[in-house]
Design a protein around this ligand. Structure first.
Ligand code: SF4
Ligand code: SF4
Length: 447
């Protein structure tokens, strides 16, 4: 559907194998995945026109790179192209339809072939920026008039990880597994119960220096809720600079704001407008500019594209990639979208009920997952070519971190669970210098 009109109809198999309408083709081209990781995603320029604003011609004309004069003069009719597939586009009307279908369809295929090429990972030697050791965030459960502590919610339970400078670590797992709590604990927005967070070699827990607070910033999931609606863009960007004493006079701050707007691809003159005047993608750009305002080295991005449509998501992912290259930024990318992980991440940690159960390079975890939980997550990812592997269905819901299962937390949902799994938590087994997993299925953990 585009701008209030069905523009293409097909079976799932037909649509994935041979999308015909230029809009459908562009949606597929905007999807992130591993084969595109060394190139920008194709974002659709412009935005959807308001309903009723176009009364003549094809509603997609202004954004279509196949448009010609007829497209803006005459509204395309619905064309059946055979076997139940239909499309609203002049390219497929009248004589020669079959030839054109093949021509447009074959372009899609050649794009797909190019995408199927093996991804190349650049694993340059790099220095560690963030080192997290045995981090715990436990919340007390209190009851009664005296508010006696009767238990603990172990939201983060002994997490260790590292993020090198200029690299992206993706933290993946189901909602409620502790990902966001971990991100907030790194920023000290939630005080950790125990453990160590070292940033550029210096311990953060217990310290409260301005430079350290500036060095890590967060980009939130919801670009609508994360910006103060009563503040203009310039005020939003200036707020952090003032609080952290960055740029000591107003003129320098205004200059810095202009540079930030350039960096995130927004016009400088939007700085006097309010957040409600922007689309979701533009608001997320403003949120990224706000994070960059204090010159951080690490951005904690908490599902920053999950509220955006696929084309706007492509724009934001392109922006994050180019900012990383230009500014040598590191990202902790919290997400449940494994397609985004494939496109963006260098390393991956898989989190289940407060613990990291598998870690490795993106290639290792996504191509050769070892932990049954990672395998189940990956089996649920829809494939761009429409092919379906065997889906591993997880039984039951994520247990409560207030009452986690004994031993391996995943045991109640794991089809491979053994007696040993319910008794004690497996230690890490290394499959390579960078790939490790906590699971008794792999020899070294047994016993
Ligand atoms: S009718 Fe023209 S503008 Fe509309 S989708 Fe087809 S080629 Fe593009
Ligand atoms: S340790 Fe046992 S229960 Fe846990 S994931 Fe491995 S096989 Fe499954």
């Amino acid at each position: 559907m585009y701008a209030g009109q069905i523009v293409e109809q097909a079976t799932r198999e037909q649509l994935f194998a041979r999308p015909l309408h230029p809009y459908t083709q562009k949606l597929f081209a905007a999807l992130p995945h591993a084969a595109r990781r060394n190139q920008p995603l194709t974002a659709i320029p412009g935005s959807v026109p308001p309903l009723g604003s176009i009364t003549q011609g094809c509603r997609f004309t202004a954004r279509c790179d196949k448009a010609w004069s007829l497209c803006s003069e005459k509204t395309p009719d619905w064309t059946e192209v055979g076997e139940g597939q239909g499309v609203r586009c002049h390219l497929y009307e009248g004589q020669g339809t079959r030839g054109k279908v093949q021509e447009v369809g074959s372009k899609g295929k050649s794009e797909q072939r190019q995408d199927d090429s093996k991804p190349t990972l650049h694993l340059a030697p790099c220095t560690l920026l963030l080192q997290v050791s045995d981090l715990r965030v436990h919340f007390p459960i209190r009851k009664g008039v005296l508010q006696r502590e009767i238990g603990q919610v172990k939201a983060v339970d002994g997490v260790s990880m590292e993020i090198p400078r200029g690299r992206t670590l993706a933290l993946v797992g189901e909602s409620g597994c502790g990902k966001t709590t971990l991100g907030k604990a790194l920023l000290q927005l939630i005080p950790p119960t125990a453990g160590s967070v070292r940033f550029a070699g210096r311990e953060l827990i217990g310290a409260n220096s301005r430079e350290q607070r500036a060095a890590m910033q967060m980009v939130f999931q919801d670009p609508y809720a994360s910006l103060n609606p009563k503040m203009r863009v310039a005020e939003i960007l200036e707020e952090g600079m003032t609080a952290l004493n960055i740029e000591n006079n107003s003129a320098a701050r205004q200059e810095h704001i202009d540079t930030l707007l350039d960096q995130v691809g927004l016009a400088r003159n939007i700085k006097w407008r309010y957040p409600h005047e922007f689309s979701g993608g533009q608001r997320q750009r403003i949120a990224i500019a706000r994070a960059l305002a204090v010159s951080p080295q690490l951005l904690i991005c908490d599902e920053p594209t999950s509220a955006l449509d696929v084309s706007v998501q492509a724009q934001i992912l392109n922006l994050l990639k180019s900012l990383q290259q230009k500014l040598d930024l590191s990202y902790l990318f919290i997400t449940h979208n494994l397609a985004v992980v494939e496109y963006l991440a260098h390393e991956v940690c898989v989190m289940y009920l407060g613990r990291i159960v598998e870690r490795g390079t993106a290639e290792e975890v996504l191509r050769a997952p070892k932990h049954p939980y990672t395998q189940a997550l990956l089996s649920a990812v829809p494939r761009i070519d429409g092919a379906r592997g065997e889906r591993i269905r997880l039984e039951g819901d994520l247990p409560s971190p207030a009452n986690p299962p004994q031993g391996c937390h995943f045991a109640p949902r794991c089809s491979h669970a053994m007696e040993q799994c319910r008794k004690s938590y497996p230690s890490a087994t290394n499959h390579s210098p960078t790939h490790s997993v906590h699971c008794y299925l792999y020899g070294d953990s047994l016993g």
